[in-house]
Design a protein around this ligand. Structure first.
Ligand code: KIV
Ligand code: ZN
Length: 518
């Protein structure tokens, strides 16, 4: 068996991640992220770009001195003033690195830097030497490496390693590469740069084509030993390779990569949330590893498999990234097995008949709203429980209402086992329905309160109606829930009337099929 290689994680959330539009962080925020990155076990933190602003300078300085564990690094262009400033910010820190860079692609050299290849090579060498005058740990990046001439790129790398660079980082600055090409480039560098063994090979991939993680992993397979990445994949434009995806791929597929990192994966979710809260960059729900849906299962087939054996549909445990437990989402695709399990988790145990009825009702509800929450289920179940002692049951209701007609309601009820239908008018659709039901049931009760509220968010929310009715010295409350507020109102009223009747009769029907065990 091949030995597992340890890959170093270079986190650039505080530098490249901060280059995401709108993701600016203040010094305190950067410090709290750096502390969490250290807790999570990253090897190197690129804390900022010291020359770029006094804020970045101070943040790097504080992090270098206060955050223990990782190497703290500052970015610096290949200019003496940048490198001096990086050193000023880092000095005094126990583990520090200067990361300097210059482009090597002709496109950048010609149009942006206005340098010849020879001039850029000399600048790179001079600046690595300048940085080595301050620290032993110097990283060099040939920017836009993936669009650079390979022979020239290899020459530059050889020269900067001779000048003292201990890490050479290969950036896919514009996210142009593909996994095969990128892996090939790393292999070429390993073959054609004679002194490559004196430096660690790193990569820094952008996500313009959505290939940042795949390209990084391909580089690992080709022999690279450091990955530059960010939490949640934030970064310039479409972002950088996502740390959590790389770490969990290496850990989950050791059989493929024979590599791992020192990351304490249980800290991943916490770090993701911290970065998202601080930067305001929301994590998409279907984002791998840290998205809200990453460990949620809705399909009945998947839920059934999971409940029998987690490995059927889960390649990593949510607990391993600190994401809590597997989340079974009840929705239109869910099955009876998951429904029953969820109810039992909530403390309800239903007979088969009642479970079937409640399940049908849940499915009906799921057709109307996207996700069924615990509160929705409670409403469905309490209706099912009350149904066992029902004298009056709703068969159908039809209402007509509007600005130019008198509201009318046609109600069909199952009353003591027989169906009855009636029509009535009122001041509004609910009033019309209530008056009709009152006359059908011949109740003498009086409505003393009517409250309606949305249980869950959205216009498709389940509306819950609570009514209180009084008759002589008896007061009862009824509940009803439905996405249609008129139906919810009728259910609540009937529920109250049923309770009133059962109290009046001084007995509840026995042999109920529903048992509430909490
Ligand atoms: O994307 C890039 O090329 C960079 C370098 C500064 C490493 O961020
Ligand atoms: Zn970058």
């Amino acid at each position: 068996m091949m030995k597992t290689r340890m890959i170093k994680i270079f986190d650039t959330t505080l530098r490249d991640g901060e280059q995401s539009p709108g993701a600016t962080m203040n010094g305190e925020e950067k410090l709290s992220i750096a502390r969490q990155l250290s807790r999570m076990g990253v090897d190197i933190i690129e804390a900022g770009f010291a020359f770029s602003s006094p804020g970045d300078f101070n943040a790097i300085r504080t992090i270098a001195q206060e955050v223990e564990g990782p190497i703290i690094c500052s970015l610096a262009r290949a200019k003496p003033s940048d490198i001096d400033r990086a050193w000023e910010a880092l000095q005094g820190g126990p583990k520090i690195r200067i990361h300097t860079f210059i482009s090597t692609s002709d496109i950048h050299l010609k149009h942006q830097f206005r340098l010849t290849r020879d001039e850029a090579l000399k600048r790179a060498v001079d600046m690595v030497q300048h940085a080595r005058g301050y620290v032993d740990d110097v990283e060099f990046s040939p920017m836009d490496a993936t669009r650079s001439d390979e022979t020239y790129l290899c020459e530059v790398l050889e020269a900067v390693i001779t000048a003292g660079a201990s890490t050479v980082n290969i950036p896919d600055t514009v996210g142009y590469s593909t996994p095969e090409k990128f892996g090939q480039l790393i292999r070429t560098i390993r073959k054609r740069v004679p002194n490559i063994r004196q430096a660690a090979i790193s990569m820094h991939c952008h996500n313009d084509l959505g290939l940042a993680v795949a390209n990084s992993l391909s580089a690992v397979l080709a022999g690279a030993s450091q990955v530059e990445c960010t939490i949640n994949g934030i970064g310039e434009r479409a972002g950088n390779a996502a740390l959590e995806e790389i770490v969990m791929t290496l850990r989950t597929r050791k059989d493929v990569f024979c590599a791992d990192t020192r990351i304490i994966s249980e800290e991943i979710m916490k770090t993701s949330r911290l970065v998202s809260n601080i930067t305001g960059m929301v994590v998409q729900p279907n984002k791998a590893v840290v998205g809200a849906n990453a460990f949620s299962h809705e399909s009945g087939i998947h839920q059934d498999g999971l409940l029998k054996e987690k490995m059927t549909y889960e390649i990593m445990r949510p607990e391993s990234v600190g994401a809590g437990k597997t989340h079974i989402v009840l929705g239109k695709h869910s099955g009876r097995h998951a429904f029953k399990e969820k109810l039992e988790e909530m403390g309800y145990q239903l007979s088969d008949e009642s479970l079937n009825k409640a399940f049908e009702r849940m499915k009906h509800l799921a057709d109307q709203k996207k996700e069924i929450f615990k509160e929705d289920l409670e409403a469905v179940i309490s209706e099912e429980i009350d149904r066992a002692i029902e004298k009056y049951q709703l068969i159908s209701i039809h209402v007509e209402s509007g600005t130019s007609i008198i509201p009318t309601a046609t109600v069909e009820l199952l009353m003591n086992g027989a169906s009855a239908k009636a029509m009535g008018r009122g001041d509004g659709p609910v009033d019309a329905a209530y008056r009709t039901i009152a006359s059908m049931t011949k109740t003498k009760s009086r409505l003393s309160s009517y409250v309606v509220k949305a249980i869950t968010g959205g216009t498709d929310a389940l509306g819950e109606v609570t009514v209180t009715i009084q008759e002589e010295d008896k007061t009862v409350t009824g509940h009803g829930a439905d996405t249609d507020i008129i139906i919810a109102s009728v259910r609540a009223y009937l529920n109250a009337l049923n309770k009133l009747t059962s109290r009046t009769d001084q007995q509840r029907k026995t042999g109920t099929k529903i048992k509430l065990i909490e």
